[in-house]
Design a protein around this ligand. Structure first.
Ligand SMILES: Cc1cc2nc3c(=O)[nH]c(=O)nc-3n(C[C@H](O)[C@H](O)[C@H](O)COP(=O)(O)OP(=O)(O)OC[C@H]3O[C@@H](n4cnc5c(N)ncnc54)[C@H](O)[C@@H]3O)c2cc1C
Length: 224
């Protein structure tokens, strides 16, 4: 039998979930998901949950029980600069996206910094070398400086992340083709946050047995 979990310290609630009395367990690894009749058991270090429906929204980590061979993982670099006194020369502080390869994107933050990213590399792991991250960060800084030479730019934060894309640039959203009541919301592609919003609507309908005409496009077992 699944152990009932009531640990107050492990339970956090976002504003919406709080109003619905939904417990949230942060920093809790799901180690395995196994069938239990028509239900699923979700195994974690703090106990086992029994669920009628399970949705995996695991980002770019390998999704449990799903073949993800149509996915390419690359790594991408980003920086945040020092705060800039004003952006008078930056028309409308618009988001900038250079589509050449390697691409470059830039935007400003509410505290006046510039976030810039790009320099993607076809590697499915992040580098262990801090020196390499700093080197790429300096290149990004120079790219920003070439566009905005009037700013005095230093790199205050630099990071690297894995970035996943599907072969057809579409996300994988839907029910597992062979395992009823297991769902996936995997927003592979450059518009991942948009896919997440779309996927939350599609999945909430599928779970409730409501037909969704977009679900066919992003289904897990599409071949093209
Ligand atoms: C460098 C970079 C730039 C991006 N730029 C853009 C952009 O410009 N526009 C855009 O729309 N999208 C962009 N994305 C994509 C966007 O960030 C993702 O699509 C989005 O964050 C996915 O949200 P998510 O909640 O599905 O997954 P995530 O935010 O990745 O969260 C998944 C969570 O699942 C947890 N998890 C995984 N496995 C387990 C497990 N076994 N047990 C417990 N927890 C687990 C992880 O720890 C993580 O917290 C970018 C991504 C990267 C890396």
């Amino acid at each position: 039998m699944p152990r009932s979990i009531r640990s107050r310290s492990a339970v956090r609630s976002s504003a919406t979930c709080r109003t619905q009395n939904v417990p949230i367990f942060e920093e809790t690894d799901v180690t395995e998901v196994v069938a239990d009749g028509d239900d699923w058991l979700v195994l974690t270090p703090v106990g086992t949950f029994k669920a009628g429906h399970v949705i995996f929204a695991t980002g770019y980590r390998p999704a449990p029980l799903l073949d993800t061979h149509r996915i390419e993982l690359n790594r991408s670099y980003a920086i945040a600069t020092n705060p800039i006194p004003d952006f008078d020369e930056w028309a409308g502080q618009s988001l900038i996206w250079e589509t050449k390869r390697p691409y470059l994107y830039l935007r400003t933050t509410v505290d006046g910094r510039i976030i810039a990213g790009g320099l993607d590399e076809e590697k499915a792991e992040t580098p262990h070398s801090e020196a390499l991250i700093q080197k790429r960060a300096e290149r990004l800084r120079q790219e920003v400086e070439a566009l905005f030479p009037m700013y005095d730019l230093t790199v205050e934060y630099a990071w690297v992340a894995l970035f996943g894309e599907s072969i057809d640039q579409l996300p994988f959203i839907g029910e597992h083709p062979d395992r009823p009541h297991l769902y996936y919301l995997l927003g592979y592609g450059g518009n991942g946050t948009v896919y997440s919003m779309l996927g939350s609507k599609i999945l909430s309908e599928l779970v409730r047995g409501i037909e969704n005409s977009d679900a066919r496009i992003v289904r897990l077992n599409r071949t093209r």
